[in-house]
Design a protein around this ligand. Structure first.
Ligand SMILES: NC(=O)c1ccc[n+]([C@@H]2O[C@H](COP(=O)([O-])OP(=O)(O)OC[C@H]3O[C@@H](n4cnc5c(N)ncnc54)[C@H](OP(=O)(O)O)[C@@H]3O)[C@@H](O)[C@H]2O)c1
Length: 232
């Protein structure tokens, strides 16, 4: 398979890219800063997904190199944890630009390549968070942007079904990455205590469900966001 995973420089995206390379797939990744992965089947694009021109250039180059994609994992994301009263307008807009509009733009560009997939079905997978079902205070713009992504999953799954493209989401509890490094430990522990499986989610817990949701075993599943850790 040829997979595109966004946000592969660090964290969950990097762990996913390394896993799929290890099991023999070709991986195209991206981030604003240079790659931290060195592998013969890995291609990195330095692109800011908040910029539509850069996004289109990246997909054009993927088309020239591979001619198709079998799966797109929209992983790149950002957050800012603050009371909404003290969150400046530009911060909220930046969160929506990356977490929602960049996902929408990547999906639109990727469809042209996913339609050329030779797999039985091709797939888009988006990343959501427990901040949506738990409506966590201090994460208004972040959770609202991911809530929009979950709605995108539902609507897009219908709009793309005629092209044989499935669209799903994965909902994550707290994972130790750059994104969560400034969240105080007691706050993380309180969230973990709310999970049915009350230990911290790791990248190793995520790769299996991602592999399932973009692979043939889930070819009759679309429009769903699967939450890990027992969060409802
Ligand atoms: N960690 C958690 O607890 C948690 C929980 C629920 C959901 N999630 C979601 O999981 C996803 C991955 O997060 P993470 O925890 O792995 O965070 P992370 O370590 O901060 O990784 C984010 C990645 O996205 C890239 N990125 C950020 N903005 C970008 C942009 N404008 N254009 C291109 N690439 C960009 C970053 O690289 P550059 O800085 O070089 O651009 C980095 O590689 C996010 O969607 C996040 O919302 C995380």
């Amino acid at each position: 398979m040829i997979l595109m995973i966004t946000g592969t420089r660090t964290g969950i995206g990097k762990a996913l890219a390394e896993h799929f390379l290890e099991v023999g797939h070709d991986v195209v990744g991206c981030s604003r800063r240079p790659s931290t992965i060195d592998h013969p089947r890995y291609r990195h694009h330095e692109a800011d997904l908040a910029d539509l021109g850069q996004t289109k250039r990246m997909f054009r180059s993927v088309r020239q190199e591979y001619g198709k994609l079998d799966a797109l994992v929209n992983n790149a994301g950002t957050s800012s944890m603050n009371h909404f009263l003290t969150t400046p307008d530009e911060v909220s807009r930046k969160i929506f630009d990356i977490n929602f509009f960049a996902v929408l733009n990547c999906c639109r560009e990727a469809v042209k390549l996913l339609r050329k997939s030779t797999e039985q079905t091709s797939a888009i997978l988006n990343v959501s968070t427990v901040a949506v079902p738990w409506a966590i205070e201090g994460q208004l713009a972040y959770s609202a942007s991911k809530s929009a992504v979950e709605q995108l999953v539902r609507v897009m799954s219908k709009e793309l079904s005629t092209f044989g493209i499935r669209v799903n989401g994965i909902g994550l509890p707290p994972v130790h990455t750059m994104l969560t490094r400034t969240v105080p430990r007691p706050k993380i522990d309180t969230l973990i205590a709310r999970q049915a499986i009350s230990r911290q989610c790791t990248t190793a817990d995520i790769v299996g469900p991602v592999e399932f949701l973009i692979g043939r075993q889930s070819e009759f599943i679309t429009g769903e966001t699967l939450f890990l850790g027992g969060v409802h």
